[in-house]
Design a protein around this ligand. Structure first.
Ligand code: FAD
Ligand code: SF4
Ligand code: SF4
Length: 487
């Protein structure tokens, strides 16, 4: 009888790829996890119990066929594992790196529930497709038949690119417009290299170019080119512009120099990583080197800022969050990584205001931030959402020195109907574009929307899901959903 290759979770312990030591990894912006060796990937995949009803799959936004690609990996059938994996996910190696697996697939793995430690699904997913790239199995799309219909995609983030990929597979002509000088959206300019190295994103953009997707970069729609001009040129338009309006800090001194937006800070750092010249980095405005840094916020963006500041050589990095560790939105895995790298979390605190040189007797009149006035909080009664609301502790204020304050309080949608002169484009009360669930159809005929601009700040994997679903709806509406692409 053939030996059972799976269900090894009782005898084989969960083992993640090796994590680089904190002292070494904070010297650079490279990813912190090494790759699995082939044997280790097989061994870890073999821990899966091949559930009849796989909760990992139902909690993956893409409903990836996880048990199948784990079994194929465990039995050294890696090319087939890659085929299965890429059938449902446009960027498996990216999701394997940056999905919050503890809240999605891995958090719902039954062997985790039974106390054996989850199957390392994300690490295996990354391993499969990184290997596929190394072996040359990842090929540009060659549609079986070219079609005349053309689709404009505004925004080269994961939502737009996932749709571009699916549309090209059916031979549709695709043009992607983006205001940045590189594609990838937040995968390129938001998420730092230590979570997602940039060549991983750039090779995907190149693959799409080789697949016939046209990129029009440095094109800010609404300024450089009107939305109506794009609409007039293409048979359908997909809005995938993400959310970029930063929430601002209240309080006196909040407009001081040296108080910067997280997105500006992270974009500058990522551009420097590409070797670009960034004036605000050179001038020190968006550079933490030698500074006392305070980051305000408790989400993943704040985690990325604190860890970037450490790598830039900050003197100290403190993260202020108004709730406690258990109630923060950011991933616990990222908090642990940040703490290992030397970040100090100051839970249950919020800034009340800031002082600059002009506030100090005899201080410099440069308006540059010198300190933050911080107030302590406690958690009160749960609000309507069930979360405990932070309450101020009167008389608990204290001052903390700071040369750089980074605001990571979340993002909101820009006012697209006004910016693009499209009053008929319906938006929600949060300013996000109102789009039909599952298709992305908006109030404008032939115009669709996906990703963060519909959901509000979300995840790469959800943007991919939206992009793929929307491409299917566009194909249906164009009457183009007929042929399957060959690779
Ligand atoms: P985006 O990725 O934002 O792309 C939108 C694109 O549209 C951009 O390239 C932008 O330049 C372009 N654009 C906008 N307006 C215009 C215009 N007028 N004209 C032309 N182009 C325009 N998610 C995870 O899953 N894991 C993580 O670890 C993670 N970390 C994150 C860290 C940070 C710092 C941030 C900010 C987000 C993070 N996210 C993470 C969230 C994730 O990046 C987003 O949910 C995802 O990128 C949204 O995809 P999108 O395609 O909707 O938009
Ligand atoms: Fe898990 Fe994300 Fe991969 Fe789905 S796409 S299997 S949620 S890592
Ligand atoms: Fe395997 Fe866990 Fe998914 Fe079950 S839930 S199929 S054990 S990965």
């Amino acid at each position: 009888m053939a030996k059972q290759p799976m269900l090894k979770f009782v005898t084989v312990e969960r083992d993640m790829p090796e994590k680089r030591e904190a002292g070494a990894r904070k010297q650079d912006f490279n990813e912190i996890y090494a790759e699995y060796a082939a044997r280790k990937a097989e061994e870890q995949s073999a821990r899966c119990s091949q559930c009849g009803v796989p909760y990992c799959q139902s909690h993956c936004p893409l409903h990836n066929n996880i048990p199948d690609w784990l079994r194929l990996t465990a039995t050294n059938r890696l090319e087939e594992a890659y085929e299965v994996s890429q059938a449902t996910n446009t960027f498996p190696e990216i999701c394997g790196r940056i999905c919050p697996q503890d809240r999605l697939c891995e958090g719902n793995c039954v062997i985790e529930q039974s106390g054996h430690g989850t199957v390392t699904i994300g690490a295996v997913e990354k391993y499969i497709t990184d290997t596929a790239w190394d072996k040359g199995w990842v090929k540009p799309i060659t549609p079986v038949q070219e079609r005349d219909e053309s689709v404009a995609i505004i925004g080269a983030g994961p939502g737009g690119l996932a749709a571009a990929d699916m549309l090209r597979r059916e031979g549709v002509q695709v043009t992607v417009y983006d205001r940045y000088d590189r594609g990838g959206g937040l995968m390129t300019y938001g998420i730092p290299g230590f979570k997602l190295e940039k060549d991983v994103v750039m090779r995907r953009i190149e693959l799409l170019e080789k697949s016939g997707v046209e990129f029009v970069l440095n094109c800010n729609v609404g300024e450089d080119l009107s939305f109506d001009a794009i609409r007039g040129k293409h048979d359908a338009v997909l809005i995938a512009t993400g959310v970029y309006k930063s929430r601002e800090l209240p309080g006196p001194g909040a407009g001081s120099q040296g108080i910067v937006r997280a997105i500006d800070y992270l974009t500058a750092s990522n551009k420097v990583g590409f070797g670009d010249e960034v004036a605000e980095y050179e001038s020190g405005e968006l550079n933490a080197e030698g500074k006392k840094v305070i980051v305000i916020g408790g989400g993943d963006t704040a985690m990325d800022c604190v860890r970037t500041a450490i790598r830039q050589g900050a003197e100290s990095v403190k993260c202020l969050y108004r709730r406690d560790r258990a109630n923060m939105p950011g991933s616990q895995r990222e908090v642990a990584n940040a703490e290992e790298e030397g970040v100090e979390f100051v839970w249950l605190t919020a800034p009340k205001g800031f002082t600059s040189g002009v506030d100090e007797p005899g201080g410099a009149a440069d308006g540059v931030v010198r300190s933050a006035m911080i107030q302590r909080m406690r958690l009160g009664a749960p609000d309507a959402s069930g979360r405990q609301s932070p309450e101020l502790i009167e008389g608990s204020d204290y001052a903390e020195d700071a040369d750089l304050v980074i605001k990571a309080l979340g993002f909101e949608a820009e006012d697209l109907p006004a910016l693009w002169n499209q009053p008929e484009l319906e938006v929600t009360r949060w300013g996000t574009v109102r789009a039909e669930f599952g298709s992305g159809r908006t109030s404008l005929d032939g115009v669709y929307a996906v990703g963060d601009i519909v959901r509000g700040a979300s995840l790469v994997v959800w943007a991919i899901r939206d992009g793929r679903d929307c491409a299917a709806a566009i194909l249906q509406d164009l009457g183009a959903a007929t042929v399957m692409a060959a690779e």
